[in-house]
Design a protein around this ligand. Sequence first.
Ligand SMILES: [Zn+2]
Length: 396
Amino acid sequence: MKTYIRCDAYFSERPHFGPFWIEIDKDRFGEIRTEEPREECASILHADEEVYLLPLLSDTHAHVYMNPWPISPQERSTPGSRELDIEIEDGRCRLQTSLKKGIGLVRDMGDPFGINLAVKKRVVASPDDYPAYQVAGPAIHRPKKYGRFLGVKRETMEEVHALIDELAEKENVDFIKVVSTGIVDFAAHEVKQKPQYTAEELKEVVAHVESLGLRVASHCSGQEGIDNNIAAGIHFVEHAYFIRPDQRAKMRDQGQHWTPTFAPVYQQVAFGECGWDRVSRRNLWRILEEHNQAIVAGHAEGMNILAGTDAGSPGVSIGDGLFVELRSMARSVSSIETLRIATAANADACQHPGYTGRIREKDFASFSVYATAPWQDEAKLGSPLAVYQNGKAVSL
Ligand SMILES: [Zn+2]
């Protein structure tokens, strides 16, 4: 017996208006029909309901091991400070919960304890119960520089290369993550720390990682650090606060990807208990506005912009954090573009074999069902009527 799902419209790079009857053929989409199937024994899901289908969304930048709550700095505990088994279980639960909210791919940008590697083993063992999951293992940072919550420190380039080999060969990581700069100082409206890697060092990293068939993501903010990431041809430039117009143009010309990660900065100013003073709050709003303008311009110029959140940062959950990110992004570009980025564009960039971010014949049947069109009614994102992963209904 064939199974179809009836919908009024579906999203796949853009909205397609029906009605449609879309075949679910085991774990994949089958034919997409514009006429009701006549087969007598066909089973039709949502036959008499008004529903809209959206491919599962994706987040290109998260840290599953970090608990985003509580947001207040005084109340936060040190990430990863409990027993390893408990931390792994919590990370696993955070990832699983995000599937119920309609997230189908999460890319983990690093943790110091190997929790993402342990969680990935569980995902691989039961792929219908989790979003697809790509991991970097630990990010690599320099001693006495920012990054101890994201990964491990390595001093010399020899040590950096040795760790890259180990991660690729023994841990089967999906990409390599380096922490190439410090973070934005909100009170000062700048990145104070000097870049952790020179352009030459980053070039070495890129060449080595490419020789292993992988790509490099880089934590990076501030103009000097961004220059180094551009010179080295880093594949995924993360954050890039304070990016200049000429740097945007170079990144576009070189086909580099940019994940702007709005959400963590937005949550700092949206939640009063973060405790920033007036000057810092004003700077936070200013940084957000400048970043927004850069996204508008970068998108219009044809940059490869991705949707990622830095989930795990205070107040940014895997799932709900993405909806914060997408609402911010939708102010810069349109809702439809935002959803295209969070599905097809992210999928094309991440190249996970199980996630295409599309509703298309022969692709994995992973999607959310909504009562209203999600590209018109963004407030409902994250509250789907149903979620299907690889053709199977996920219990919500
Ligand atoms: Zn991060």
